[in-house]
Design a protein around this ligand. Sequence first.
Ligand code: TEU
Ligand code: CA
Length: 588
Amino acid sequence: MHQATAGRPTHNSADRPEGWWKSSVVYQIYPRSFADSNGDGIGDIPGITAKVGYLHRLGIDVVWLSPVYRSPMDDNGYDISDYQDVDPLFGTIAELDELIAELHSRGMKLVMDLVVNHTSDEHPWFIESRDAASPKRNWYWWLPPRDGFEPGGEGAEPTNWGSAFSGSAWKLDEASGEYFLHMFSPKQPDLNWENPDVRHAVYEMMNWWVDRGVDGFRMDVINLISKPTWIGDGPVGPDTKYSSCFAAIENGHRLNEFLAEMNAAVGLSERRLITVGEMPGSTIESARAVTDPANRELDMVFTFEHVGLDARPGGSKFDLHPLTLPALKQNLNAWQVGLADVGWNSLYWDNHDQPRAVSRFGDDSPEHRINSAKTLATVQHMHRGTPYVYQGEELGMTNTYFTHVDQYQDIESVNYHADAISLGLEAETVMAGLAAKSRDNARTPMQWDDSLQAGFTDGIPWLPVNPNYVTINAAAAEADPNSVFHHFRRLIELRRTHPVLVEGRFKLLLPDHEQIWAVTRTLGDQVLVMVANCSSEPTMMPLAAVPDLAEAQILLATHGPATLERLEPWESRIYLLDSGNDLAQPAP
Ligand code: TEU
Ligand code: CA
């Protein structure tokens, strides 16, 4: 029993057996855009509580709630000014307690977003830290101007690091004449985790939430918390003024030490809380170390490799780059193989920072949207790991395709547009990058029904509802047994009825095939075979490359009975072979 949790409610093992999160499916809610209960056009906690039944019908085990803490909302809540209070925009602590109780009453769990690489610049810690004499000065990263430069002078920033939201990663504080580090917006100053007081203040806050019944944490850019001992310039790319601060800082030398200390101080493993670390720049090797249960750090990480394949290497995420199926298959396969014997994978196609899965990896045209949304889900769930469903993915919601820059609200998108135009990029190119990659694609309101504003609000939504809500909405999906919603429900159900889908050894077949994604999962004498056509053209399956499926039982398919060999556009099938390995080998 670790000291910090002495006398605190320990885990009730009944509903948190060892490794329970491996067989779970997590649903991410972006509160601003999920459901508005008071007509102010902004989603809120009572709106979420009213939809718990919907999530239960979908079969969801865990809800990950993006930040609802007190915040000036410079980055929609990822800039926190009070970790132990709910922002009035989203509701009250009491309403959050009601949501936790509602979820727990149905055997579901709640994961909070832990944003502790940085705080808001309106957090009392930073307000105190601004005073150079304050004991909280080194709770953040303060440095004098570059040698030989006056504060505020051109190029006086301590290093040439660029922020993730464009511009320098350093901001001058006129009063003290020093600069503070902010890897994201200037209203998101980075905490100094070298300072043990900072770390213990964070652990105390986490324990406070666990005592309120929270079941785990999604940890925001957690692999950025260990800054390098040498703070200096980095390499600058061809068409940028700044070096990438991520490259300089990610996966720092004390990261594993800090994560192990956090785990012990909060009893993350001991209390069997679910933990996932968002880790831009994480590698298979770093993920093995972080998710190895023997190291008692985190359960899983969010890697960014597969969501970076369609960006020009070395360029920004908005520099579009053609994506091929072999590249995507092989990247995910590498992580399957890399964490097959140690650690565990998270599985996601999108979230509140990524464009919509069906528009990016599928085909969101009316002809193929439904089947490609279903097939992307099948492909994901047939990989070994914990699946994450982003709100609306279960409906096949699409990108929003804004046509004018003024429609964008996301700080990253707005800043990128201004920066790119100032660097002379063609407006058309910039708008094409935003249409494909802007985070606002994921943040348009949830489409509940075909009434005004898609049933999201009785007011005016903070971001326009996607006009296709008339056909794409939860009410229509639940009423249609062949909808994307029911396909997700059946997939999630399969995890309960077929342990092979959770634990089964993963094997990629046909790695170079341009259209077909085929895999097997094997557990004892149970073998699942997935064949999927991930293209908008029909294709023929090379039968020699897959196990003999003649006698196999189909567990889930997007299309009706078909010839074994021919796969229609975006057609996928999951077969069950149930008599041991000899059948698992491709037919001779
Ligand atoms: O995102 C971190 C992150 O790397 C992304 O913002 C990235 O820069 C890009 O948007 C995705 O390609 C986390 C949160 O998920 C994001 O919403 C916050 O804006 C960010 O951290 C700062 O807290
Ligand atoms: Ca509201």
